[in-house]
Design a protein around this ligand. Structure first.
Ligand code: S3P
Length: 439
């Protein structure tokens, strides 16, 4: 396990470019793998999670190759023509790969076993098993509805109308993907809107997807059986990866950094609003569209941050950004209150307790509640840092490692992290970019 200590940093300056969006990268590989013909994907995130999706699509019969210039070329197996995998599908650390693939396979007559690492094997799969079983698939999961899990898909599956009991884009996408190969109309009702990359991209690949609003809820309908046609996808930069640099530059004095090509889909951009509410100085430069998604370069300058009460309504649009928001809160002036964060307990780790423990170890004032953290900031002073050989425990969670690395930049004694290897799941060059920006 690579142990690393992150210490107080010089100002972050210059221009950096974060890697491709993880959510969009998974979907680009999967949908291209379902189309008949050749799709080309540029800007794909080459992190371990996305590579797990690529490997699984190969096992299901798609040809997936990387060209020397970094373009990924996919020759799809065709919807309805996926092959039964000969070995278990190893999803590594990736919840998105697992849940979306379960959706894909549920409406094919295929049996497949899903496995994953210790973190993924503790995460709840009943949230997809339940609707996909209603469509006719059957599952043999480990106790508590976890991996390893065997799925028996069915064709033809039965279209359903499913109201999401949790605000989850993964569950929404699993049902919609099962609906692709299901005759009739499959509907998902979202009481709270979640990231909409599946709907946007499936339309581009030629599926008939309708989105409407009924009594304040979003209703997404997909018409099966669909014929997907290939398309070229340009993946914008990941706002969830950019978030670490937005906070780092906000809290390190003298910083003036441009993060280029950041995806700002409104269902993902909550962190920019929350940081601005706390007083961050973030400017959007050259707003444009990349691959059907709004994108801008973000210029962020150091600014004194103030504690804030974060509106739970914006949680779905920044669900992965809370670990680093907690770091901003820990050095802000005053108190930050977050609520409505129950879902953080079932991410790669229980992000409420893991972050509470990590920040306390670094000297922050944190109280953990059932559905959020309350943090009293230092008022701009550095955190103490970890001491006496103590290390932050990251629990195989990339975002804990990166958030606490950012905390190290604003600390007196530095922050030691027990295992930085998981960073490679979503942001392989994180440490290099951090060094480059602060040298
Ligand atoms: C994702 C959805 C979110 C997010 C995850 C990626 C996606 O999970 O946390 O990192 O690509 O659909 P939930 O849908 O479980 O909230």
């Amino acid at each position: 396990m690579p142990i690393q200590t992150f210490t107080s940093s010089r100002a972050l300056t210059g221009r950096i470019r974060v890697p491709g969006d993880k959510s969009i990268s998974h979907r680009a590989l999967m949908f291209a793998g379902l189309a008949v013909g050749t799709s080309r994907i540029s800007g794909l995130l080459e992190g371990e999670d996305v590579l797990a999706s690529a490997a699984a699509m190969r096992q299901l019969g798609a040809q997936v190759e990387r060209e020397a210039d970094g373009t990924w070329v996919v020759n799809g197996a065709g919807l309805g023509s996926l092959l039964e995998p000969k070995q278990a599908l190893d999803m590594g650390n990736s919840g998105t790969s697992t849940r979306l693939m379960m959706g894909l396979l549920a409406s094919h007559s295929i049996t497949a076993t899903f496995t994953g690492d210790a973190s993924l094997s503790g995460r709840p799969m009943n949230r997809v098993i339940e609707p996909l079983s209603q469509m006719g698939a059957s599952f043999e999961a480990s106790s508590g509805g976890t991996l390893p899990c065997m799925l028996r898909g069915v064709s033809p599956a039965v279209p359903i109308t499913y109201r999401l009991p949790v605000a989850s884009a993964q569950v929404k996408s699993a049902v919609l993907l099962a609906g692709l190969n299901t005759p009739g109309i499959t509907r998902v009702i979202e009481p709270v809107a979640t990231r909409d990359h599946t709907e946007r991209m499936l339309t581009g690949f030629g599926a008939t997807v309708e989105v409407s609003e009924e009594s304040g809820e979003r209703v997404i309908s997909i018409h099966g059986e669909a014929d997907l046609k290939p398309m070229d996808v340009v993946v914008p930069g990941d706002p969830s990866s950019a978030a670490f640099f937005l906070v780092a530059a906000s809290i390190v004095p003298g910083s003036d950094l441009v993060v280029e090509n950041v995806g700002l889909n409104p269902t993902r951009a909550g962190i920019v609003h929350a940081l601005r509410q706390m007083g961050a100085d973030i400017e959007e430069l050259f707003p444009r569209e990349v691959g059907g998604e709004p994108v801008a370069d973000l210029r962020v300058r150091h600014a004194p941050l103030k504690g804030a009460e974060i509106d739970p309504a914006i949680v779905p649009s920044m669900v992965d950004e809370f670990p680093v928001l907690f770091v901003a809160a820990a050095v802000a002036e005053g108190t930050t209150v977050t609520t409505g964060l129950e879902e953080l307990r079932v991410k790669e780790s229980d992000r409420l307790s893991t972050m509470a423990d990590a920040l306390k170890l670094a000297g922050a004032h944190v109280a953990e509640h059932e559905d959020g953290l309350t943090i009293i900031g230092t008022g701009g002073e550095p955190l103490r840092g970890t001491q006496d050989g103590a290390k932050v425990v990251t629990k195989l969670d990339h975002r804990i490692a990166m958030a606490m690395a950012v905390a190290g930049l604003a600390s007196r004694d530095g922050v030691a992290i027990d295992d930085t290897a998981p960073i490679a799941t979503s942001f392989p060059d994180f440490t290099d970019l951090l060094e480059r920006a602060s040298s």
